[in-house]
Design a protein around this ligand. Structure first.
Ligand code: ZN
Length: 350
């Protein structure tokens, strides 16, 4: 393989190879634990030509097939990902790291798997295999298919597979058509054990890894992404007090989606704390106490509304200021809170 397999993915990979039945597998896993890396390793293992290897040593990483996969030029492997995800994963826009790199344009990369892309890929997968072992179509995330694409996929899944192997990934299998789910074997990737995740994060040079791992909901790649975005443990710890005091400036420079996600996590933890539970995303001692539960509930709704529209070109600074003001009112006396909530509602309500 081009890169070493993330350590917490080894055991699930071996299991997947041992328990595989049928020609279509649906893997459910959070984005921040390396689901795409897992899918690529599994596809490579299916195509691996080192017959001597047991499941726990596949893919071998040395055989001709493994080398072709690593180079992005295996003739029996196709990755069907939305453009936006290809860009993120460092893949060429057109195909599997090779040939059709066309379609480079300045428009925003698509988050959907389009019907024409799906048709081309499903036509490809039923053709004969070049190296004679299998023909693998890796499609991720499956929820990026619209209804039309999903129906077209379904038709193909019902045909006799021959050497075709379908490898679908998803963050949430419940968002797929039940008919697609029922035609695939489902494999759930668990969150990594905290010790394994922390050890890996420390290897990456992350400081205060435990704080960022909690911030990322236990997803180590997401924790590393937070750090890479300049959100370190100190910034994360400082957030609750700053929001409670209405200081939106601490969020300057945070991408909008991350800002809203952080505020939602804060709102969650403050609500849990108000109900006498244990916070999940923030260190307990970083959370100001005595927030009012009704105010937090209203804030949660405003945040959910903002999250749904996080790609719209609002005035971001104004939106964040309003959301922080509304949040801070949860920690304030009732009279002052009312005015702030009205202001936030006016900014959001359009
Ligand atoms: Zn191999």
């Amino acid at each position: 393989m081009a890169e070493a397999l993330l350590p917490w993915l080894r055991a699930p990979l071996t299991q997947a190879l041992q328990r595989q039945r049928g020609h279509a597998l649906l893997v459910q896993g959070a984005a921040g634990i390396g689901t795409l890396a897992f899918l690529r390793a599994l596809a490579q293992a299916w195509l691996c030509e080192d017959e001597g290897q047991g499941a726990e040593h596949r893919p071998c990483g040395r055989c001709p097939s493994c080398r072709l996969v690593a180079g992005g030029t295996h003739p029996d492997l196709k990755l069907l990902l939305p453009e936006a995800l290809r860009a993120q994963a460092g893949l060429a826009p057109g195909d599997d790291g090779g040939a059709e790199a066309g379609r480079a344009s300045k428009r925003k990369p698509s988050r959907q798997i389009r019907i024409d892309e799906l048709r081309a890929a499903t036509d490809w997968v039923v053709q004969s295999s070049s190296r004679g072992r299998a023909k693998v179509l890796l499609l991720h995330p499956a929820e990026a298919m619209n209804l039309q694409s999903a129906s077209a996929l379904l038709k193909r899944l019902e045909e006799p597979p021959g050497l075709a192997r379908w490898l679908l990934g998803t963050a949430d299998a419940a968002r797929l058509l039940p008919t697609v789910r029922s035609r695939c074997q489902l494999l759930r990737l668990p969150l990594p054990a905290a010790e394994a995740a922390l050890a890996w994060l420390q290897q990456q040079g992350l400081r205060d890894a435990a704080v960022l791992l909690a911030a990322a909901g236990g997803q180590p790649l997401e924790a590393a992404a937070l750090a890479a975005a300049g959100i370190d443990a100190a910034a994360w710890r400082a957030l609750p007090a700053a929001v409670a005091q209405g200081r939106a400036a601490v969020l300057a420079g945070w991408p909008l989606a991350r800002t809203i996600d952080a505020l939602q996590k804060l709102c969650h933890d403050a609500s849990v704390l108000a109900a006498g539970g244990e916070p999940r995303f923030f260190p307990r001692d970083a959370l100001p106490s005595r927030a009012r539960a009704e105010a937090l509930a209203a804030w949660a709704q405003s945040l959910a509304r903002a999250a749904r529209y996080d790609e719209h070109p609002w005035n971001e600074a104004l939106l964040i200021e309003a959301l922080v003001a509304e949040g801070s009112s949860s920690w304030q006396e009732v009279a002052a809170a009312g005015a702030k909530r009205a202001r936030a509602a006016a900014t959001l309500g359009q």
